[in-house]
Design a protein. Structure first.
Length: 157
């Protein structure tokens, strides 16, 4: 096989992969998320760091009146947690793992957002060294409410 033909065949085989690879990280900017939290909350800061490690661009807003923010964004009281965030039109309540947020942004369901009520041990931002991972649900809420994902610690089940 001559050199030109080999080059053409190699180019035709590799080109789709190179094109796909070149789009990763170049055309999509990281998701921007705005987190409203209590200024004295350590676990909220831990969750913010989790999001940053996972590639989100995070803005934090300290507020002593989170109940007003939750009501303004339609967070049901039984799903309320220690911080409330907004990302691309959705509300994120509590220690929701970044992978669940990414899935939400990809699927775009008709919903207000996601919530992890309470503060499950070893969920993102609630890490307790030596403590067993607590299983918990990520709840999709809005017109309907359902379990969106199940996690144990930071791992999806």
């Amino acid at each position: 096989m001559d050199r030109t033909r080999r080059w053409f065949m190699l180019s035709a085989t590799v080109a789709p992969f190179v094109a796909k690879w070149s789009r990763i990280g170049h055309t999509a900017s990281p998701p921007k998320i705005s987190v409203t939290k209590d200024p004295n909350c350590g676990c909220c800061s831990g969750w913010v760091e989790h999001l940053r490690r996972e590639g989100f661009e995070v803005e934090t807003i300290d507020s002593p009146d989170l109940s007003r923010i939750k009501a303004q964004h339609g967070v049901p009281t039984d799903l309320a947690a220690c911080h409330t965030a907004q990302v691309e039109g959705y509300v994120i309540e509590g220690h929701v793992p970044a992978s669940a947020i990414r899935r939400l942004l990809q699927e775009r369901p008709a919903a207000i957002g996601l919530a992890v009520p309470n503060m499950p041990i070893n969920s993102p931002g609630m890490e307790v060294p030596g403590a067993p991972d607590e299983p918990y649900e990520v709840i999709l809420f809005g017109p309907q409410r359902r379990t969106y994902a199940r996690f144990k610690g930071a791992a999806e089940n």
